[in-house]
Design a protein around this ligand. Structure first.
Ligand SMILES: Nc1ncnc2c1ncn2[C@@H]1O[C@H](COP(=O)(O)OP(=O)(O)OP(=O)(O)O)[C@@H](O)[C@H]1O
Length: 232
């Protein structure tokens, strides 16, 4: 029988990740001369940048500037109208399986199954990712969800649902994280915890591309901001 209130140390890391076997600075994603057109509007064109191991790239811009559209291109969920994307120096289309296995994409929507509990959502994602059973109670406690593990997610608050959604980051072994508005609905303490966790991921050779309308409060040495201008 599961304990009703499991005793956990919320400061103790529940999963110890190994560093990625990469040299920090190794090129992971290269975007060359990307263009994206939506509803006859050119959102961006001739956009080129590189994301290396250890990098964090913040895509900024006004509502409708094309941030989510760019992230979807980078995640391989849609194709650019012009330009090319490479993963580890190979055309993305040639290495799509390798890339998908190394990519954790969390979109604008939380992506949780609202009828399922937090524990059930975690079990579902782990099964899909082929990740062995960690201590989910401890993970959820670390994310401030102790006591809420067994109720359907549609009975959680928006911020609590976002925390469940972000739990994937704590057990994924993927090196590239693409996160669309990960701080939405989170309170200040959760934002600080997530930013601290980003730092750990970068320090072990991970890479992050994210959008947010908030300023990142932590100092990231490898932070680059890509500002997308709203184009009419
Ligand atoms: N699949 C699509 N089909 C048609 N138009 C789209 C599609 N996806 C996005 N758009 C349009 O592209 C524009 C940019 O949308 P996008 O979601 O990329 O903006 P954003 O910068 O992420 O905005 P926000 O800050 O509001 O999240 C919008 O005008 C939107 O209506």
């Amino acid at each position: 029988m599961r304990p009703i209130f499991p005793v956990v140390d919320s400061k103790r890391p529940v999963i110890k990740h190994q560093p990625f076997s990469v040299i920090v600075g190794q090129e992971l994603l290269q975007a060359q001369a990307l263009s994206c057109i939506r509803q006859d509007r050119v959102l961006f064109e001739q956009l080129s940048f590189t994301v290396r191991a250890g990098d964090i790239l913040q895509v900024a811009g006004k509502n409708g500037a094309g941030k989510s559209s760019l992230l979807r291109l980078l995640a391989g969920l849609s194709a650019p109208d012009e330009g090319t994307l490479h993963y580890r120096s190979q055309p993305l289309s040639d290495v799509v399986d390798d890339y998908a296995a190394n990519l954790c994409f969390i979109g604008h929507q939380s992506g949780i199954h609202e009828q399922l509990t937090a524990l059930e959502n975690l079990a579902f994602w782990r099964a899909a990712a082929g990740v062995p059973q960690p201590d989910d109670y401890a993970l959820l406690a670390q994310l401030g969800l102790a006591g809420l593990e067994d109720i359907p997610c549609n009975m959680l608050s928006a911020g609590q649902q976002r925390r469940v959604s972000l739990a994937r980051l704590w057990f994924t072994s993927c090196q590239v994280w693409i996160l669309d508005e990960p701080f939405t609905a989170l309170d200040q303490s959760a934002i600080a915890m997530l930013q601290q966790y980003f730092l750990q991921h970068l320090n072990r050779g991970g890479a992050i591309v994210l959008t947010t309308h908030q300023n990142l409060t932590l100092q990231y040495n490898s932070l680059t901001t890509l500002e997308l201008a709203y184009r009419w």
